[in-house]
Structure formats: structure tokens, C-alpha cells
Design a binder for this molecule. Structure first.
Ligand code: SF4
Length: 352
């Protein structure tokens, strides 16, 4: 076990996504006898936290898992799971460094996470922080000139070690103080995953997620176009936790600026949407199998008929001449019998 001059064991706190890089960073430090614990942050946009509850897994696919929990169990480290979703709203709506390709404020996000980790480091008595970042791997947050910004603005300058690329960066305090042996750290850089995969093989790590899988809805083009639509329709960049959860499920169509409809694509999504009926108009056919749909906004009577016809289109009664839909608004339940829309009657511009 690595120790300080005073004889206390060296304790390091790492950011663990459960991806290969953060997993390898943990292993490198454990190999030096350092006591490692990790943090995983919940932002509200984490794909794995909800996808398993919303979508049916593909036939034969393994059951959904939470990569950070899985990696922590494999590595034998304690995982601190921290919900930062409330203050994170500011990061998403007003990022100082702007967005990446979609609505991903990666640089602000990393700074914020390091800041939160630095607070926890202080509170829980860890000697230093570390991440699995690799210089040059990501266009926004992992460039040579942005890594120092993350450490400095996160309040961890000198105390944030990146074991996978440390040899390409100035030595940090834990290295200078002899707590970490710099000669056993690495100098990875760039987008190639080959060195990481070779190191994973060396550690006999095989069960790690594909880097292409992604972990954050803010990098997802479809999801962020829904979020943009939400902000546009409300005239302001704000969201609630319900808003961002609902953006993850169903088909979203906006036939008019004042309202949109979310239509479940299968039973799992219908069940998920059912939990969000309160305060919304719900539409569902009682007599033929079909989706549950939730309406957001304020449709007038004619618009409600149009929405019923639209919802009928996505049910098993789409070939029938008429389908009866049940409309629930609070305690009031009414019925409307309509002709399902044909595919040609649904403009592509309605889809968000
Ligand atoms: S992908 Fe998402 S979680 Fe990761 S740094 Fe970017 S905004 Fe943050």
C-alpha cells in the first residue's frame, strides 16, 4: 500500500464512467498500491440510467446494465453516485464554452464535474483526483489546451492526475510528492483506441463497453433536436426533469406550434409514458391495441380531433374506417370516433 511520509495510505478519488479509459486509469493506480474510490455523476442525461426502463431490449441482447456500477464491481472499488441534475441545468442552458456537435457542453460539463469531485475530495479526505482522460481523444474537452482549463477551473490545478496520458502533461503534485510513481504512468494520446485495448488485454479486461455506445443524450442528434424544439416552443432555454425524461421515449410530433404529442412505440414505452399522465391530455384507443399518447400544450377542439386521428394511425386499427379514442384530461374522460390519418396525411415536418 502506497503511503505518505507520515505513514497514511494514499487515497485517490477518480471519475468513473465505466468506459475503458476510466477503468484503465483505476487499474494503473491500484497497481501502485494506491487506495482508489470513484464517483459517478447523474446529470439527468445519462443514457444508461433510463434506457433499460424505457425500451424493450432487442431479442437476444444482454440485459441493460449500468457501466459504472459494473466497472466498479469488476475493479473492486467503492463507487459514490452523486446526483448533480439540478445545478447541471445551468451547464446545459448557459455553457460558457458553448456546445459540441449537438447540445453537449463537454468542456463546461467536465469543469463542473471536477469541481464537484474536488469538493468531495476535500470532504472525504482523498489525497488527489484522477480521470481517464487522454489528450487529443475528444475534439472539445480532451485537447492539450483544454485539459489545463478543466483542472484549473475545476479548482484542482496540480491535484488532478490523468494516469493514461500523464507523461504528456506537466507532473502533478501527487507525482512531485512521490505518492505516485510517474515512471509507471503512460503517455497515450490521440483518437486511436489500440493502446487502450492492448492494456485492457494485459489486465485481462474483456467486458468493457464499446466507445461508440455513448453515455450522454446530449451528444445524440435526435434527442437534442427534441430539446431544441422544447426550448423553441417555450421561448426559453429551460427544462425540468420530467421534460428531459419524456424526450427519451416515444415518437414526438408537433403538428402546430402550440402543441405536440408523444406516442409510445411499444408496451414498455406506453407504461413509461403512463407515469407522466398527470397534468397532460392522454389519448388511447380502448378497443384496439395501440399506443398511449400524451399531449403537451393546448390544442383546441379541432386540433384534438386531428391528434386522435394521428394516434389512431399508430395503432392496430389504422386500416379501419373509424377508431374510437378515449381522451383523459384530469378526471374527465371523453370519447371521440375518428378516421385514422393515412401515412400521406402526416407531413415529415411534424416529426421532431
Ligand atoms: S458527453 Fe455529456 S457527460 Fe460527457 S462530457 Fe460531454 S456533456 Fe458531459
Amino acid at each position: 500500500m502506497a503511503e505518505t511520509l507520515q505513514g497514511s495510505p494514499i487515497r485517490a478519488l477518480g471519475l468513473l464512467s465505466g468506459g475503458l479509459d476510466s477503468t484503465l486509469a483505476v487499474r494503473l493506480l491500484q497497481e501502485q498500491g494506491i487506495h482508489v474510490e470513484c464517483i459517478n455523476f447523474y446529470t439527468g442525461f445519462c443514457i444508461q440510467s433510463h434506457t433499460g426502463a424505457i425500451r424493450n431490449p432487442r431479442a437476444g441482447a444482454p440485459p441493460p446494465r449500468h457501466d459504472a456500477l459494473h466497472a466498479a464491481a469488476t475493479l473492486g472499488v467503492k463507487l459514490h453516485m452523486v446526483d448533480i441534475s439540478e445545478p447541471y441545468v445551468q451547464i446545459v442552458t448557459k455553457p460558457r464554452y458553448g456546445y459540441g456537435k449537438n447540445l453537449n457542453p463537454c468542456l463546461d460539463c467536465k469543469v463542473f464535474m471536477v469541481k464537484k469531485a474536488a469538493e468531495l475530495r476535500e470532504k472525504l479526505g482523498f489525497h488527489f483526483l484522477f480521470t481517464g482522460e487522454v489528450v487529443g481523444q475528444r475534439p472539445m474537452s480532451q485537447r492539450k489546451n483544454t485539459l489545463p482549463i478543466i483542472a484549473r477551473e475545476g479548482g484542482a490545478a496540480g491535484w488532478l492526475l490523468r494516469p493514461l496520458c500523464a507523461l504528456r502533461l506537466p507532473p502533478t503534485e501527487p507525482e512531485l510528492r512521490g505518492w505516485v510513481d510517474r515512471s509507471r504512468l503512460l503517455g497515450f494520446s490521440g483518437r486511436s483506441r489500440t493502446p487502450q485495448m492492448q492494456l485492457a488485454a494485459h489486465y485481462h479486461l474483456t467486458d468493457y463497453p464499446s466507445p461508440a455506445g455513448g453515455c450522454c443524450f446530449l451528444t445524440d442528434e435526435n434527442y437534442t433536436s427534441r430539446l431544441r424544439d422544447l426550448w423553441h416552443s417555450r421561448g426559453e432555454k429551460q427544462y425540468t426533469m420530467e421534460d428531459i425524461l419524456l424526450l427519451k421515449a416515444g415518437r414526438h410530433l408537433r403538428p402546430a406550434p402550440e402543441y405536440k404529442v408523444i406516442i409510445g412505440r411499444d408496451e414498455t414505452e406506453n407504461n413509461f409514458l403512463s407515469g407522466f399522465r398527470y397534468g397532460r391530455i392522454a389519448i388511447q384507443a380502448p378497443d384496439v391495441p395501440g399506443p398511449l399518447a400524451l399531449v403537451e400544450g393546448d390544442p383546441d377542439d379541432a386540433a384534438l380531433t386531428l391528434l386522435c386521428r394521428l394516434v389512431a394511425r399508430f395503432g392496430k386499427g389504422r386500416q379501419l374506417v373509424e377508431v374510437t379514442l378515449e381522451i383523459t384530461r384530469g378526471d374527465a374522460v371523453t370519447r371521440r370516433t375518428v378516421a385514422p390519418l393515412s401515412a400521406e396525411e402526416i407531413p415529415a415536418t411534424w416529426y421532431i
